[in-house]
Design a protein around this ligand. Structure first.
Ligand code: R5P
Length: 282
């Protein structure tokens, strides 16, 4: 059975349809002291595929509870699909005394599962933190599908870390070049500065590709820098449309009317499904 986490219900339903597996209906309750209780009253069978986006601490705890609940209900084979792995950006101790949170989360998730599937984690190396067998898949090919006809496209990553994703989108699209901006973030203020360098975009359609749009600072600064260079159309896309806080306003102020995002995270921008990509490895 496919077992949805609270933050990945649409994706889980699509994955059930894609694979022909049954869809469980978990319940997500809360005790008076605030503690969560995720349960699987209708789970049946010996194989569970839990689909979760750990976009919050609650979602992470619910995932661990679902892993335990399906074992209680008789599952002998558990796969955990992390459509969005929270804490993946804390992949090292940035200052003395900090945890490597991605590793701590990976270890906790590994205890309740036989295998893990990650969708475009922020750093591919976080897969090594899992004690369970881990497969990483990419939504790149899915992001290429809605792009339509583009003129001399350039697939641009707003920072070097997203270049391989931009290349995957370009490869799936079938033509175009890739490039990236140099980015600096002030971690005290959250402000982002991007340096377009000698990226040539004049008269060309630009597809800005990032793994995550969180506060929207990176994407809006990248688009603002592009506008000075007289590009053709600017299309923005990402795998994980977190869009926290005033991200939508920042993006709108930069002239972005739409971010093409996937359903690894559920929001209004989740217009592309990664279900086929996950189904391929189940
Ligand atoms: C950073 O390295 C990531 O690839 C994204 O660019 C970043 O997480 C986006 O964050 P924000 O939307 O807050 O600028």
């Amino acid at each position: 059975m496919i077992v949805p986490g609270s933050s990945a219900q649409s994706l889980a339903a699509r994955l059930a349809a894609e694979t022909g597996r049954q869809l469980a209906t978990p319940t997500f309750d809360r005790f008076p002291d605030g503690e969560t209780c995720a349960a699987v009253p209708d789970f049946a069978g010996d194989t569970a595929v839990i689909v979760a986006a750990t976009t919050s601490n609650d979602a992470l705890v619910q995932l661990i509870q679902l892993q335990d609940a399906v074992r209680e209900a008789g599952a002998t084979d558990v796969t955990t699909v992390l459509s969005y792995m929270g804490y993946a950006r804390q992949d090292r101790a940035f200052t003395e005394g900090q945890p490597v949170s991605a590793r701590a989360v990976a270890r906790a998730v590994s205890t309740g599962t036989d295998r893990v599937v990650l969708v475009d984690p922020h750093e591919p190396t976080v897969a090594e933190f899992y004690d369970a067998a881990t497969t990483t898949v990419s939504a790149g090919r899915r992001l290429a599908e809605p792009l339509g006809e583009l003129t001399e496209p350039v697939f641009l990553a707003p920072d070097e870390g997203a270049v391989s994703l931009a290349e995957r989108v370009r490869d799936a699209y079938g033509r175009g070049t890739t490039d990236y901006f140099r980015k600096e973030r002030d971690y005290d203020t959250g402000d982002v500065q991007v340096d377009p360098g000698d990226t040539s975009v004049t008269g060309r359609d630009v597809v800005v590709v990032d793994d995550i749009v969180a506060t929207g600072s990176t994407m809006s600064e990248a688009v603002a820098a592009l506008r000075d260079r007289d590009p053709g159309r600017i299309v923005t896309c990402c795998v994980h449309p977190m869009l926290v806080g005033n991200a939508r306003t920042k993006l709108a102020a930069a002239g972005v009317d739409r971010v093409i995002g996937t359903d690894t995270v559920e929001c209004a921008s989740s217009t592309v499904s990664v279900a086929p990509v996950i189904a391929d490895v189940l």
